[in-house]
Ligand binder design. Structure first.
Ligand SMILES: [Cu+2]
Length: 122
């Protein structure tokens, strides 16, 4: 197989993977606070659970608060013996309002995914 054909074959595999979400990409399965939830207490950390193991170096979140102000977050980490759960400390005390979390992930199978969810602090 020539180098070009190999590249073509690998890209096709990736496309097939992209068309079938069940094919081992890291998708967000749940979070704390949950997507769309309204919480009374401002969270001091965010927890994101994914369907696949994560590569921490290329996985993270950016958080925006009311008026699109950036929220300061600490160093993200994976759960002990559990590379599918990402925990992100929140350094700021979150005032009442709606927060948007933009996440990006690289799964251990080498595929990138990203998404957005929101929650509201009452
Ligand atoms: Cu994948």
């Amino acid at each position: 197989m020539t180098r070009f054909n190999l590249t073509l074959a690998l890209s096709s595999l990736c496309l097939i993977g992209a068309a079938a979400p069940a094919f081992a990409h890291a998708h967000l399965t749940s979070s704390v606070p949950a997507a769309g939830s309204r919480v009374a207490a401002p969270p001091t950390e965010l927890e994101l659970k994914f369907s696949e193991g994560l590569n921490l170096a290329f996985t993270g979140v950016s958080v925006k608060g009311p008026g699109k102000t950036a929220v300061t977050t600490g160093k993200a980490s994976l759960g002990a013996g559990n590379d599918t759960t990402l925990t992100v400390p929140v350094s700021d005390t979150l005032a009442a309002g709606t927060y948007t979390i933009d996440w990006h992930a690289l799964s251990t199978d080498g595929h990138k995914t990203h998404g957005t969810y929101m929650f509201t602090v009452k």
